[in-house]
Design a protein around this ligand. Structure first.
Ligand code: A3P
Length: 303
């Protein structure tokens, strides 16, 4: 099955999820050819849940002895280049790129659902970090992002239309609930394999989650680092306000699908949906999500 999000932008159902059509072929190459190494770090996110933030934090934590914050490549290199996505960067032009000799630990990103990950990721000792976000804010963030994409032809969908589609699971990599639950269930059984994070928690107490992330990644902060305020410095460097100002993120160079780097920094807050969704939309989406998540003990804060 296939739907047109708008003219020139299609989603195709692939292994139970709605994948943007241009990314299906690269996704298949990723599934067939990627060979995970035990030291690898895989950052998996549902779209518009803060991938760019997670990439910056992970890269900075892992490479803190290589680069000071002043020297960080994040100043000049866009996060999606520094930590590329399998299906939208790495495998787009070449089904078998040479990834063997990248500096270790290799850090990669994906929007693939858990059930679509290649066996070598599941079977090796590589680590997965999954970040998701409350579906109300995620919906607004995605709708605003897609509205901002230039290119493709024809009219963009109204918020009401996009909302209807999202409620039926028709969103990039949707349905969101199944995507989130796929990772959530495994993270409960294998907390050393999947580190499950929520955007709202991270916003509320970033230092705490940066500290935990470093533990999970096998590079905990020493007492000395803690006393020197290294955690707080990383949190501040990777915060929305700081990242938005970095040279790499101010540029407006267009990608092949028509986005610009500055489009990834919109508001970066929890509860932005309040300015857009009607009470009946909120009730409908919350009910839908609760029905799916309650059984598995998963909850989200929306403000
Ligand atoms: P909003 O559209 O609500 O502002 P992704 O990186 O997965 O595409 O997610 C984008 C969302 O993360 C956007 O949300 C963006 O503003 C927010 N974001 C980007 N950088 C961030 C940061 N450093 N801290 C918190 N949120 C950030």
């Amino acid at each position: 099955p296939r739907v047109q999000l708008w003219e020139g932008y299609d989603l195709h159902q692939y292994q139970g999820f709605w994948c943007p059509s241009p990314f299906i072929r690269p996704m298949i190459s990723f599934q067939r050819h990627f060979q995970a190494q035990n030291e690898d770090i895989i950052l998996s996110t549902y779209p518009k849940s803060g991938a760019i933030w997670l990439k910056a934090l992970t890269f900075t934590i892992v490479n803190r002895s290589r680069y000071t914050l002043e020297q960080s490549p994040l100043h000049t290199t866009f996060s999606h280049q520094l930590v590329p996505f399998f299906e939208t960067n790495i495998y787009t032009n070449n089904p078998t790129p040479d990834l063997e000799n990248l500096p270790k630990p290799r850090i990669f990103a994906t929007h693939a659902p858990y059930s679509s990950l290649p066996h070598s990721i599941i079977d090796s000792n590589c680590r997965i970090v999954y970040l998701c976000r409350n579906p109300l804010d995620q919906f607004i963030s995605e709708w605003k992002f897609l509205l901002g994409i230039q290119g493709g032809n024809g009219e963009k969908r109204s918020m009401e239309e996009a909302f209807e589609m999202a409620c039926s699971g028709v969103q990039s990599y949707g349905p969101i609930c199944e995507h989130v639950l796929g990772y959530w269930k495994v993270s409960k059984e294998q907390p050393n394999k999947i580190h499950f994070l929520k955007y709202e928690d991270m916003k509320e107490d970033t230092n705490f989650y940066v500290n935990r992330l470093a533990d999970f990644l096998g590079c905990p902060f020493s007492k000395e680092e803690e006393n020197q305020g290294v955690i707080e410095d990383i949190t501040t460097f990777c915060s929305f306000d700081s990242m938005k100002k970095l040279e790499a993120n101010k540029t407006a160079g267009r990608s092949s699908i028509g986005y610009t780097t500055n489009m990834f920094f919109r508001k970066g807050k929890v509860g932005d949906w309040e300015d857009y969704l009607t009470p009946s939309m909120v009730e409908r989406l919350q009910k839908l999500v609760k029905k799916k998540f309650d059984e598995y003990g998963l909850t989200f804060r929306t403000s």
